[in-house]
Design a binder for this molecule. Sequence first.
Ligand code: SF4
Length: 173
Amino acid sequence: MSNKGKILVGNLDESAEKARSWLLTQWPIEDILDWAIAFSLWPPHFTTSCCGCEFAASAGPRYDTERYGFLPFVSARQTNLLYIEGTLTRKMARAARIVWEQMPEPKFAIAMGACAMDGGIFWNSYNTVLPEEIGIPIDVFIPGCPPRPEAVARAIITLQKKIKTQGAFSRMM
Ligand code: SF4
């Protein structure tokens, strides 16, 4: 009888070894890494503007973004996704850059709202900047003012698809 796909229950070490061997024979290790990273997107708690209210709503029971493996976290050093939630003032841009630099590779960024895309209602203001101007490359843009919580969820799914098709480490090469 074939043992393919079977996992022995009882001895933890033996079960882990069987699971590891089975996984490695099914997919290339890069695909497993991309899959794991796509479902472990942890943004730091970092709110720049009013779009943050919609971002917070997306974590509520109605949209429940945690089911995508999306978990806002306290320490920037254990996170891999920076959500720019709306307007980025010059003061907050400095904080955003510090947070971005502390995040380990591979890391991703999503720009939420018209303000983070092109300035929005603060277009051409002396006191606002765009994420790209401070060296934060954006993977997914979410249009709207403000974007609704389901748009936040959709951006997560879009980024997951991008990671799985292009590879999590592609931007670092
Ligand atoms: S896009 Fe609208 S809701 Fe979002 S930060 Fe700008 S003004 Fe606020």
